[in-house]
Structures are given as structure tokens and as C-alpha cells.
Design a protein around this ligand. Structure first.
Ligand code: KG4
Ligand code: ZN
Length: 336
């Protein structure tokens, strides 16, 4: 069964064709970075307009490259920017209607976990999923297709949001996560000890404190981010990243132990972070966990993960008919 996936929840216009949930026949992602760069963040109205301008070409390209008959369309219905989501959902509904094929609504966050499933054939539920993106940071147990239990989430900023805001404060180019990742490679992660928020007794996260700590450090006279810098911007990036990586890996491993889960899947844009990937791989070796990281290109938003989730949702016969697919910008991960 070939599913056409469509993803437009934020600032990537993406389409893909995936066969039986795991064989990628085509994938096309058009990033809007150049549209938003000068604003140092995503401007919702510009995002919607850019999706409208590009969606047809992106779909054509994905379909041409795959050159396969399409049996269903899977589309992100939320969470995300309402206008941006609408472009994908309306396109999917029109496609379903014209081709007389089903349209399957997919939660963007569950999609991020399927990025791990597409690539790793050995991976079978149950497993622990960490989703760390620009808008969300959540820990959930994936017990089976469509059976999720959320055990923790951020109480304030998402991990990616913290990366973006710190980068902004350092006047690094948008998007901040990849900028910090790059610069951190030249810095000393031990240069500054930024606070880690552990919130004992829960599997929740909090990243607003570290963001403020970095901001205060930059503003303080002792930071001496001037001519004869004792601490460089690269050191700040490396030290901030180290603290983020520490919290994300340690809290995830702790949660896996608490629930007796031996497999961990990490997804979402922050999973593309090189230091985070290394830390998870190291921890997995030490603690004897199996860690499944999608290829870096499938960590950030793409439509392969949506098409894959669509296939498994279809298999559980829990898909919606094309008339019921609606945009839901604040959708949480839920059972199908
Ligand atoms: O999943 P995603 O593409 O979009 C959302 O669903 O939000 O995640 C985007 C987030 C942004 O905050 C971006 O700065 C962050 O992921 N990100 C990274 C890296 N690549 C993207 N954060 C840290 N290191 C990276 N290499
Ligand atoms: Zn995402």
C-alpha cells in the first residue's frame, strides 16, 4: 500500500510516498528558512503563504519521483500553526476527494516517533519515545500502534525553543538549534556550569531556567564577551548544549528504567543535535539500552514520518473518513 504523506505544520512544506509504512519511495522537503531568517523566528502568516505557493510543486515532485499508484493520503492535522496546517489538510482532502481514496489525519508528534520506526526494522513496541522539537518536549510510552501513554512533558519551554531563544540572544542565525550545534563543536562544554532542572519525582522537563541563566551570563560583566574574551560564544554554546544534553539523556534513561523499557526512540528536530546523539549512544552502551535515532534528515519535519504513521493507523482500521479530517492546532498525542 502506497501512502502519500503531507506535512505543513510549521515552516517545512513536505511530501513523501512510502510503501507499507517503511519503504521510502520519495521524499521532498522545502524549508522556509530564507523566508523567516530576517525575523529570527517563524512568522505564521508568512509560513501559510509560503506553503500555499509551494505545496503543489512539492506534491508533484514527490509523486513523480515515486512513480507509484497512491492508495491513501496521510496529513498532519496538529499540533502546529493553524494556517500552515490548513494548507496541508485542505490539499489532502481535495486529493482524497478527486482520487476517491481515504485521507488519514496524523498527529505531528506521533509522526516524529515513526521517523525512528521507518528506518529501524528491528524496532518493535513497547518502547520509550522522547520527542524534542521546537514546540514540544514529551516522553511517552509507545505500547503498540496507536497506544500511547504520556509520562512527562516540558512545563515551560520546549527543548528546541530553548536552543532557538539562546541562539537569538547570541545573535546567531535562525534556526538556532543547528547554529548552536555547529558553533558548540569549537567550544569548551565545561567552560560555564549552567543550571540543570531535574524536577525530581517526575518525568517532566523545564528549560526556561537555563535560557534565563544563559541570558544573565551574557549580560553580566564577568562574561567579558568583548575583545579579549576569556569565554567565547562557542564556549557558551557548548556549555549550554552540554546542560541540555545532560537533562534530556539522563531524564530519558531514568524514565526507561522506571518503566522497565529497554528500547528508546528519539525524534523531533533536536534529535538532529550531534552532541545529543553521541550522549544517547554512549549512555545506551553503558546502561545496556537499545537506542534508535532517525537519520538526521528525518529528525526535523518531513512527510515520510507522516506517511509511515498513516500506514499503521490505516492498518488498525482507525482512520477517519475524508470528511472528518479537521485541523487541530493544539492536538496532544492520543490513542487512536
Ligand atoms: O521537529 P522540528 O523540525 O519542528 C517542530 O516540530 O518544531 O524541530 C525544530 C526544532 C527547532 O527548534 C530547531 O532549532 C531544532 O529543532 N533543531 C536543533 C537542531 N536541528 C534542529 N536543535 C539542536 N541541534 C540541532 N542540530
Ligand atoms: Zn516537528
Amino acid at each position: 500500500m502506497n501512502i502519500l504523506g503531507i506535512e505543513t505544520s510549521c515552516d517545512e512544506t513536505a511530501a513523501a510516498v512510502v510503501e507499507n509504512g517503511r519503504k521510502i519511495k520519495s521524499t521532498v522537503v522545502a524549508s522556509q528558512w530564507s523566508v523567516h531568517r530576517s525575523f529570527r523566528g517563524v512568522v505564521p502568516e508568512l509560513a501559510s503563504r509560503s506553503h500555499v505557493e509551494r505545496i503543489n510543486d512539492i506534491l508533484d515532485e514527490a509523486l513523480r519521483k515515486a512513480n507509484k499508484p497512491i492508495h491513501a493520503v496521510a496529513v498532519t492535522t496538529g499540533p502546529g500553526l493553524v494556517g500552515a496546517l490548513l494548507v496541508g489538510v485542505v490539499t489532502a482532502r481535495a486529493w482524497g476527494l478527486a482520487k476517491k481514496i481515504p485521507v488519514i489525519g496524523i498527529n505531528h508528534l506521533e509522526g516524529h516517533l515513526f521517523a525512528g520506526l521507518v528506518e529501524h526494522r528491528r524496532l518493535k513496541p513497547p518502547f520509550l519515545g522522547l520527542i524534542a522539537s521546537g514546540g514540544h518536549t514529551e516522553l511517552l510510552i509507545f505500547r503498540g500502534y496507536g497506544k500511547y501513554e504520556r509520562i512527562g512533558a516540558t512545563r515551560d519551554d520546549a527543548a528546541g525553543e530553548a536552543f532557538d531563544k539562546v541562539a537569538n540572544r547570541l545573535q546567531l542565525p535562525f534556526p538556532g538549534g543547528p547554529s548552536i550545534d555547529r558553533l558548540a563543536q569549537k567550544g569548551n562544554p565545561q567552560a560555564i556550569s549552567f543550571p540543570r532542572s531535574w524536577i525530581p519525582g517526575t518525568h517532566d522537563f523545564s528549560f526556561s531556567g537555563i535560557k534565563t541563566a544563559v541570558s544573565n551570563f551574557i549580560a553580566s560583566p564577568t562574561s567579558k564577551l568583548s575583545k579579549n574574551r576569556p569565554v567565547s560564544i562557542a564556549d557558551i554554546c557548548a556549555s549550554f548544549q552540554e546542560a541540555m544534553v545532560d537533562v534530556l539523556t539522563q531524564k530519558t534513561i531514568r524514565a526507561a528504567k522506571a518503566y522497565g523499557l529497554r528500547s528508546i526512540v528519539v525524534g523531533g528536530g533536536v534529535a538532529a543535535n550531534r552532541a545529543l546523539r553521541l550522549a544517547f549512544e554512549k549512555a545506551a552502551l553503558q546502561e545496556k539500552f537499545r537506542i534508535f535515532l532517525p537519520d538526521r534528515s528525518f529528525c526535523t519535519d518531513n512527510a515520510v514520518m507522516i506517511a509511515s504513521a498513516g500506514y499503521y493507523k490505516w492498518k488498525t482500521h482507525a482512520h477517519h473518513s475524508k470528511n472528518k479530517i479537521e485541523v487541530n492546532p493544539t492536538l496532544h498525542v492520543q490513542n487512536w
